[in-house]
Design a protein around this ligand. Sequence first.
Ligand SMILES: [Zn+2]
Ligand SMILES: [Zn+2]
Length: 139
Amino acid sequence: MKKCLKLFFVSAFLVSILSILTYASSPTSYTFYYNDREVTIESFYLDEEEAQSIADYIVFGITPVGYIEIGNQINTSILCTLFGHSIETYTAQETIHFAYSTSPKCVINIYRVECCTRSSCDYIEKTLIDSTRTAMCHG
Ligand SMILES: [Zn+2]
Ligand SMILES: [Zn+2]
């Protein structure tokens, strides 16, 4: 009986360790809402503010708020000029509601977003990799 109890505690311990590991390995999902759009970004590394910047960039197509633009040239660091950008890639999903008047009315766009991780660099680029119309949310 004692042995049985011990086994129970050991397995309970293992299960809790496993769930912590599983939790740690799932990315954080951020969703931002605009008038008729929403953008979802999943990432292990981004904080909410950084995710918001990327979402703004997707929706408005401009460099994120707070980023410095010199002419049409985005501010880049000397490190990037010499060694190239330190690129981190994210996937962002943009839903445009009521894009069409007939069903399917809404559009889901998937973007690959590349950002430079160096704090002194503002390089960001989006590439549309998929676009589908959907009747899931508004028919
Ligand atoms: Zn850079
Ligand atoms: Zn919709």
